[in-house]
Structure formats: structure tokens, C-alpha cells
Design a protein around this ligand. Structure first.
Ligand SMILES: Cc1cc2nc3c(=O)[nH]c(=O)nc-3n(C[C@H](O)[C@H](O)[C@H](O)COP(=O)(O)O)c2cc1C
Length: 227
């Protein structure tokens, strides 16, 4: 008995070559499209990021009306330049031209994803004066309260971040406490029911301040205008 449809028809070498050529072409075009869309969207993403930081900057440095960008490098703090590698540091100046504070980005893993913030640091009171969430994917109505809850935001009107005597960290670490239990200037009152997101804010602020506050204090003259 003859069975239909089971015989394999041989594929000619010419057809194989043509299929491989087509596959190669499609792969090359796809690669080019990925590179092209990356190159087109990168400046837009960078510009949006710059605008988000600009907007947040004047909120986290109370009284600032102008800014100057710096970089934290291996050598200390230097004026920002396109070819300089390091951590961005934004200095904010008041109406009188005096340094009002600096702002830095900080990040840590939250409940869903990485939370990224900009925080303002006042080197004269050695305290954090405000935070603005730049990016988060925390649960609406639960974790996203870190950005909106006025009681939580109260934590950042004068949160102590004082450099220690040896200049290698903070005198007292920034820590999270249960809601309503804050009794010290370096403590953050958590949001009840959103401890994970609150803890992420405390962790990122402590990690960043432990590292950068002594550096900022030692390099204030670089950012202060000559009087
Ligand atoms: C669907 C769902 C989403 C949640 N989202 C968050 C969140 O975004 N941030 C957070 O800290 N906790 C979130 N939680 C709660 C945490 O699992 C955890 O219970 C809480 O952070 C502990 O806070 P507490 O110690 O004040 O009870 C969520 C829980 C559920 C069930």
C-alpha cells in the first residue's frame, strides 16, 4: 500500500542557499533596526531624565533658584564636563547666590522593582531636606505612598546625616523605625503596611549618605561661590 504525504522531497542546494541568504538579510535588518531605534530613543530618554531631575532639584533643595552640575570623581568633586566619569552631584543656589544644598540620585530594590530618587542634602545643617521619587513600580495605594504621603514626606524636612569625626561615614546611620516610633533626628518613620518600600528609601539614603556626605563636607569650597 502506498502512504501519501510521508515521502520527503529533497531540498536543492540552490534553495537552501537562497533561504540562508534571506535569513541572514532578515537578521541583519533586525539588528540594524534595534541599533537605529536605540540611537533614536537614547537622546529622548536622556532628555526626559534631565528634565525629571531639573524639576525635582528645586523641590529637594528648598530656596534654590539656580543650579550648577558637578561630578564626584576619584579626585574629589569637580565641575561636570561631558568627558568626566563619576557620580552626578547638583548644587543649588539661592537668590543671594549662596549654596543652599546639593542633590544626588540614590536607588535600592523596592517591593516590585528598583526605586530611584533624588534627595537634597543641606551641608550646613548636615541633614536631608527632601526626596523626590524619579522612578518606581511600587503598588498603587500601598508602596507608592513613599512619593505622596505627606506624613512620610515629613521625615525629610531635616533628617540628620552628619559626617563622623574620622570622615569615612555618618556619625549615626539613617534607620527605619515603625510608624509613630520616630524619636531621633536620624530615624525615618515607616509607612504602616508598606514597610518594604519605606525600608528601601531608608537603605538607599543611608548607603548614599554614608559614602558621599563626608566627601561633600570636605569639598564644600569647590561648590561655594567665592565671596
Ligand atoms: C498585592 C500586594 C502588594 C503589595 N505592595 C507593597 C508595596 O508596594 N510596598 C510594600 O512595602 N509592601 C507591599 N505589600 C505589603 C508587603 O507584603 C508587606 O506586608 C508590608 O510591606 C509589611 O508592612 P508592615 O510591616 O507595616 O505590615 C503588598 C502586599 C500585597 C498583598
Amino acid at each position: 500500500m502506498i502512504q501519501e504525504g510521508t515521502a520527503q522531497s529533497p531540498v536543492s542546494p540552490a534553495l537552501t542557499r537562497s533561504m540562508l541568504r534571506t535569513l541572514g538579510l532578515v537578521a541583519t535588518l533586525s539588528g540594524l533596526l534595534v541599533v537605529l531605534s536605540y540611537r533614536i530613543t537614547l537622546p529622548i530618554i536622556e532628555e526626559n531624565k534631565r528634565l525629571a531631575i531639573e524639576r525635582a532639584l528645586f523641590k529637594v533643595i528648598p530656596g534654590a533658584i539656580s543650579r550648577q552640575d558637578f561630578m564626584i570623581t576619584d579626585r574629589g568633586i569637580e565641575l561636570a564636563q561631558s568627558d568626566l566619569q563619576g557620580t552626578a552631584l547638583y548644587a543649588g543656589y539661592g537668590q543671594d547666590g549662596r549654596l543652599k544644598g546639593v542633590a544626588l540620585e540614590a536607588a535600592a530594590a523596592g517591593y516590585q522593582d528598583v526605586i530611584r530618587i533624588l534627595y537634597g542634602y543641606d551641608p550646613y545643617c548636615q541633614c536631608i531636606r527632601g526626596i523626590e521619587v524619579l522612578k518606581m513600580a511600587e503598588t498603587p495605594g500601598i508602596g507608592d505612598k513613599i512619593a505622596k504621603d505627606p506624613v512620610f514626606q515629613e521625615n525629610f524636612t531635616a533628617l540628620e546625616a552628619r559626617a563622623n569625626a574620622t570622615g569615612d561615614g555618618l556619625e549615626r546611620a539613617i534607620v527605619l523605625v515603625k510608624q509613630g516610633e520616630k524619636s531621633e533626628a536620624w530615624q525615618i518613620d515607616a509607612i504602616s503596611g508598606a514597610t518594604i518600600s519605606s525600608k528601601a528609601i531608608a537603605r538607599m539614603l543611608n548607603d548614599s549618605a554614608q559614602r558621599y556626605v563626608p566627601l561633600i563636607q570636605n569639598n564644600l569650597a569647590v561648590m561655594e561661590p567665592a565671596s
